[in-house]
Write a new protein. Structure first.
Length: 212
């Protein structure tokens, strides 16, 4: 049997394998697809046929995949594996701000590679290593495990980066988190102390805690 005939017969198997992979994961990188036994040539052909969507360089999804309202977060997490959804984007995810960020805010390490993406557009902030992995929670969005800072950590970070996000945004997030009882004052204070933002946050925290 010629290698050409073998290749022709293997294409339906690879197609099924890729579709199954994308249905299970929601999105997949080319490296993951190739590791699953699907060639890059098969992926390219299926993209041309419209059976698979290319979201960006090396990232794929099925055309009929249900899009979550947090789709941009899932895509950003796939594009920046070491990143964590942070600051204003995390506030919006936790529903404690009325801000609708046009970019996905992501924290990365001091020495991590910073991608330059326009789809989805990113706002990269570098965190010290001891703060980068602290307070991270995982959320399933379109089959993707998306790392997002928890409520208390996010609020502390917004006060620490208040010049970038705006002090008013940080204060609103703090007020809403306490009003909606998403977190306790003690949990927020703990993260603020770790990040060195407690002195700035303290008067607001004490005032809102007293009102509650």
């Amino acid at each position: 049997m010629s290698s050409k005939l073998q290749g022709t017969r293997s294409e339906p198997l690879q197609r099924d394998r890729l579709i199954t992979l994308l249905r299970e994961r929601g999105m997949a990188r080319l490296s993951e697809i190739v590791s699953a036994g699907v060639t890059a040539a098969t992926v390219s052909r299926l993209v041309r046929e419209g059976a698979v969507n290319r979201l960006g360089r090396g990232l794929y999804q099925l055309p009929d995949a249900p899009l979550d309202t947090q789709h941009a977060l899932a895509e950003a997490a796939m594009r920046v594996p070491k990143g964590v959804i942070a600051l204003t984007s995390a506030l919006a995810f936790h529903d404690i701000t009325d801000q609708m960020p046009r970019r996905v805010w992501m924290a990365i390490g001091q020495k991590d590679w910073a991608p330059s993406l326009t789809d989805p557009p990113l706002r990269i902030v570098r965190f010290a290593d001891h703060l980068l992995r602290d307070g991270v929670t995982l959320h399933n969005i379109e089959g993707v495990a998306v790392p997002v800072y928890g409520v208390a950590k996010t609020i502390a970070d917004t006060f620490r980066h208040r010049r970038a996000v705006g002090l008013d945004v940080a204060v609103q997030g703090l007020r809403e988190a306490l009003r909606k009882r998403k977190v306790t004052p003690a949990e927020i204070a703990d993260h603020a102390i770790k990040g060195g933002a407690y002195t700035v946050m303290r008067p607001y925290l004490e005032a809102f805690a007293a009102d509650g």
